[in-house]
Ligand binder design. Structure first.
Ligand code: CP
Length: 318
């Protein structure tokens, strides 16, 4: 297994099973720190630089919280408009990263351009973590999600993942790449215009993940061990910022909605729902109080997973 020290976390493509297992094991080791709400000094000599060119609640703050839990420091920006990259100068990623690498020991970057973190990693002498790049990937989210599945169900192998919503979404790409390393089944449900491309399906099929499709969640929910959700009423992830118009409220078709009634009628009794959030009306709030919801656990695990990843790439954990 390749060492994690000094490594970029850009994609789950090519991430090997042993590497998933190692990250999950480190997360298990560090989890008590988060559960007991302690701050330790594991990363007290390290600084994380956050470079967020798109809005975020969870990903940025979970990385920051992870650094604080491990005694580290944080600097950076949450809005590129307040930097030279987002004003008159439109400073390039190369020039920006040449600055950021002097300000800290790792960079976590979210960007509206697919491949931007990879471009940053080309020029940075410190690890770069992809916090979501356009429609590309969201590796730290999916590591969090699979860690949640493992802790909730005790295994990833043998499970059927029903992925519902906008399949162009970066989480869906990272999920499919990740599932190539496990003995798992994936069924996708999305509007035609939001489907996975044939090229992508062929790419993961070469690694033995044969993604099936369905038209309506009601047709396949009884097969799901994990219901993995994204909205179909989505922001445009190729933009730095996308405001919502009033006509985009409450319009998710039933095909892509998971309701309390549907769960009660058709879901396996031990199925779990993951949603990386934020949500629209595809997941009504009254599902929160059912036995199926695990998205708050997923949110908690988001801090634990970033603790594991940061301590690994910064060389504090082997
Ligand atoms: N799950 C996720 O990426 O959420 P944020 O956009 O709030 O970071």
């Amino acid at each position: 297994m390749r060492s994690f020290a000094g490594r970029d976390i850009l994609s789950l493509k090519g991430f090997e099973r042993a590497e998933f297992e190692h990250v999950f094991q480190v997360a298990d080791e560090l989890e008590p720190i988060a559960r007991e709400r302690r701050n330790v000094d594991l990363l007290s000599e390290k600084t994380l630089v956050t470079a967020f060119y798109q809005p975020s609640t969870r990903t940025r703050l979970a990385h920051e919280a992870a650094m604080h839990r491990l005694g580290g420091h944080v600097t950076g920006f949450a809005d590129a408009k307040m930097t030279r990259a987002g004003d008159f100068y439109q400073e390039s990623i190369k020039d920006t990263v040449h600055m950021l690498e002097y300000y800290g020991d790792a960079i976590v970057m979210r960007h509206f351009q697919q491949g931007a973190p990879q471009e940053a990693a080309k020029w940075a002498s410190i690890p770069v973590i992809n916090a979501g790049d356009g429609w590309g990937e969201h590796p730290t989210q999916v590591l969090t999600d699979l860690y949640t599945v493992l802790t909730e169900k005790g295994t990833i192998d043998g499970l059927t993942f029903v992925a519902i919503g906008d399949m162009r979404m970066r989480t869906m790409h990272s999920l499919a790449y990740a599932l190539t390393q496990f003995d798992a089944r994936m069924i996708s449900i999305a509007p035609e215009s939001m489907s996975l491309t044939d090229e992508f399906k062929e790419e993961v099929a070469e690694q033995n993940l044969f993604i099936e499709t369905a038209d309506h969640i009601a047709d396949v929910i009884d097969q799901a061990d994990v219901i993995y959700m994204e909205p179909v009423v989505q922001a445009d992830y190729t933009k730095g910022r996308d405001e919502r118009s009033a006509d985009k409220v409450g319009v998710t078709p039933d095909n892509y909605k998971v309701t309390r009634e549907l769960l009660a009628q058709k879901a396996k009794s031990d199925a779990i729902i993951l949603h990386s959030l934020p949500r629209m009306d595809e997941l009504p709030p009254d599902v929160d109080a059912t036995k199926y919801s695990r998205y708050w656990q997923e949110a908690y695990n988001g801090v634990v997973m970033r603790m594991a990843l940061l301590s690994l790439v910064l060389g504090a954990m082997e």
